[in-house]
Write a protein that binds this ligand. Structure first.
Ligand SMILES: [Fe+2]
Length: 465
């Protein structure tokens, strides 16, 4: 019986989580854990974490436990297909028997895909995009030691890889497969305290995107929704402190828990088009994933709000807003106000064209393919269309609470690039924002209006806030 015409996601799946350790000092257990797994020679997969001393410390920890270490430290932000294949090559050349990823999502995703490539005798990593594309679940062991408060990649069955070798490039694809999941995940707040403040803020917005995305997703998975909402509440409570008080252990521990439970939530509840948007912009500009989410979150919530006002009302409450006496619609407006306030407090730029390409750990305009790309994001109509199509085809899009159209995707992207980050909902007008007429809901139109000779304000008589 085909029930998919009556119910969205009629059958829900729960992806199992790896065994995990969380707490101060947890990373020192990695070496002994590897030895207990019977590993003799592991490949560290990392971006290098320069000036933190973490890699050297972990290496000593493994060697003291009798496990040899080879290091692949060339992982780039938004890991590229060649990062994965190079890590796999180093793994086989050195006859390693396990992987250890150390860092944030890029390092974990590189190792997660490299172990699946290893299990398939070196097959091109780009063949594993999409859902359950692996033929072998029996992969080499992987210990993921996490050092950021964002992706949750140390526990999820997802990977995100940028394909720069196919004619489709640039293409940032998502893979979902139990074969990607780590064997052991380690979260140690002490390691996360080595992050630069901007990085804490950016990755914190990734956590917020995961929590809220899982909570509002169409999957509506009851094992996940309470965790998603709790993660939103914890980000509200701890992100400012964790960003601006680098020695505040309690705040960082709160963010570590938030990122950890948000990842559990979206592992089975999936996400929304905020991640589709981020994947598209990252594919074209190699911009930080969390920074993307920080810029896009208020826009995507505005688009999704009419499809799930009660859930956004809950999010408003979790973000600390007083919603007593308000209708769900009024309360959900407050979620957007609160998230804009949080973004501004944490230094998230107003829009993509305001991004300083020299932000910490930026790889914009560097490396293969991207060195010839502009570092100021000012997409023309053709590029907006290409990125909108990228969004439409993203694995995260079907879970979005509101159907996405190509025109809407283009308009959300245009708003993220050119408009100020302000709330654009009021008096039922929201129902038409970014759908019925792509011009509606705009506040400024530097790009589209001038170029197309269209009015820079919504049509006469349209209610505005
Ligand atoms: Fe993310």
């Amino acid at each position: 019986m085909d029930t998919s015409r009556m119910f969205e996601f009629p059958v829900k799946e729960f992806f199992k989580q790896p065994r995990s350790l969380l707490g101060a000092g947890a990373y020192e257990m990695a070496g002994p854990e590897a030895a207990a797994m019977g590993l003799r020679h592991v490949l560290f997969v990392t971006s290098g974490l320069r000036e933190t001393g973490i890699i050297d410390e972990c290496k000593t920890n493994f060697e003291n436990a009798g496990v040899s270490v080879t290091v692949y430290d060339k992982v780039e932000s938004n890991p590229k297909d060649y990062n994965v294949m190079d890590a796999y090559q180093m793994y086989t050349d050195n006859q390693c028997d396990g992987f250890v990823s150390i860092g944030g999502g890029s390092s974990h995703d590189t190792a997660k895909t490299a172990k699946v490539v290893a299990a398939h005798d070196g097959r091109n990593v780009n063949e594993f995009q999409g859902l359950n594309q692996s033929e072998k679940l029996d992969t080499p062991p992987l210990i993921s030691i996490n050092t950021t408060v964002g992706t949750g990649a140390e526990t999820t069955p997802f990977v995100v890889v940028t394909d720069l070798s196919s004619p489709e490039k640039p293409h940032k694809w998502v893979g979902a497969d139990g074969a990607f999941t780590s064997t052991l995940a380690i979260n140690d707040p002490v390691l996360c305290m080595t992050q630069p403040p901007e990085f804490v803020a950016f990755t914190g917005f990734d956590t917020l995107a995961h929590g809220a995305g899982a909570y509002t997703s169409r999957i509506d998975h009851l094992s996940c929704t309470p965790l998603g909402l709790k993660a939103v509440e914890m980000v509200q409570r701890h992100l400012r402190d964790a960003t601006y008080n680098p020695n505040n252990y309690e705040a960082m521990e709160g963010m570590v828990w938030a990122q950890y439970i948000a990842a559990q939530a979206f592992s089975s509840a999936l996400l929304d088009i905020l991640h589709s948007l981020s994947h598209a912009v990252c594919a074209y500009y190699d911009i930080h994933h969390g920074l993307n989410n920080g810029i896009g979150i208020a826009r995507v919530w505005t688009y999704n709000q009419p499809a799930a006002p009660e859930k956004f009302a809950d999010i408003a409450k979790a973000l600390g807003e007083d919603t007593r006496g308000l209708s769900p619609i009024q309360a959900s407006d407050k979620a957007i106000d609160a998230v804009i306030r949080l973004a501004r407090d944490c230094g998230i730029p107003d829009n993509f064209s305001d991004v300083n390409p020299n932000y910490v750990k930026s790889e914009m305009g560097r490396g293969e393919f991207y060195e010839d790309r502009p570092t100021k994001i000012e997409s023309d109509d053709q590029e907006l269309e290409a990125m909108a199509e990228h969004m439409m085809n993203d694995l995260c899009t079907p879970g979005n609470p509101r159907d996405l159209t190509l025109e809407a995707a283009k308009e959300i992207l245009r708003d993220c690039i050119y408009d100020p980050m302000v709330r654009k909902t009021s008096n039922g007008y929201r129902q038409n924002i970014w759908g019925a007429d792509p011009r509606m809901g705009r506040e400024t139109h530097a790009y589209g209006a001038e170029r197309q000779g269209k009015p820079s304000r919504p049509p006469e008589g349209t209610p505005t806030q």
